[in-house]
Design a protein around this ligand. Structure first.
Ligand SMILES: [Fe+2]
Ligand SMILES: [Fe+2]
Length: 246
């Protein structure tokens, strides 16, 4: 399976931000192999307004591959559901299972409405555990917004997933999960969580400055947007390539 993984579009109606997402869409549509899916790991809108999701739908509908999304801390569950998913405006967690090329993508809602930090609530953790059991031997990749591990950046680490231990309990003894995918950090990163790769997509809207990098401010808004490509083999081996989109 070839999975393209992007995150943190933060669409706000401004030309700069729209252009960056459009640039990534054009890049993905220009690949010589169509990805089996494009994953957008949250912070799709900047303010969570219906207009921002209408723009997201317009931009993402242009992708020449199936697109799957999950919400981030900037997203609004009700508007996200109504405009992006075409569903009633309920406010519970948005959890979705999709089958992609012999694999399952488990898109979980790690948001706490009104807060920047993340949480997989009981409903979501129960859903995830049940889905993994029902999937049997099918390789299954959970994806959500907040990284469940410290990334050694004080800003991001102050708003990470607050109950990563509960997720680790769910993954324990479930070897069909080859990796965990997230966004939120606005920097391409690879680490481990619960004994498997934890792969963080680069940001489309901006790139986080690492504490040891020079430059003014928290983020670099000039650095190009990025994409992660994950090649997932049947035996569960995951190879990741990070790319910038000039
Ligand atoms: Fe973000
Ligand atoms: Fe975020």
């Amino acid at each position: 399976m070839l999975l393209a993984h992007i995150s943190d579009l933060h669409l706000d109606g401004t030309e700069r931000v729209t252009e960056r997402t459009a640039r990534v869409v054009a890049y993905l549509n220009g690949l010589t192999r169509r990805p089996d899916a494009v994953l957008v790991a949250g912070d799709i809108a900047e303010h969570g307004t219906p207009g921002e999701y209408a723009e997201a739908a317009r931009l993402l509908d242009a992708l020449d591959a199936p697109v799957f999304t999950c919400p981030g801390n900037h997203d609004d569950r009700a508007a996200y559901r109504k405009v992006l998913l075409g569903e009633p405006e309920t406010t519970g967690p948005v959890n979705r299972l999709h089958h992609v090329a012999g694999h399952a993508l488990l898109l979980c809602d790690s948001t706490i409405p009104g807060e920047d930090a993340g949480l997989l609530d009981d409903e979501t953790l129960d859903w995830l555990a049940r889905a993994l059991d029902e999937l049997g031997d099918t390789p299954a990749i959970p994806a959500f917004h907040h990284p469940p591990a410290l990334l050694h950046h004080p800003y991001v680490d102050s708003m990470t997933l607050t109950n990563a231990d509960r997720l680790a309990e769910v993954l324990e003894g479930r070897p069909t999960v080859p990796a965990v995918l997230t966004g939120h950090a606005h920097t391409p990163a690879a680490t481990t969580f619960a004994g498997r790769p934890l792969l963080v997509a680069p940001g489309v809207v901006s790139t986080l400055r690492l504490p040891w990098e020079s430059g003014e401010g928290l983020t670099d808004r000039v650095a190009p947007p990025g994409v992660a490509f994950h090649v997932v083999e049947g035996d569960g081996r995951v190879t990741t390539h990070f790319r910038v989109v000039p």
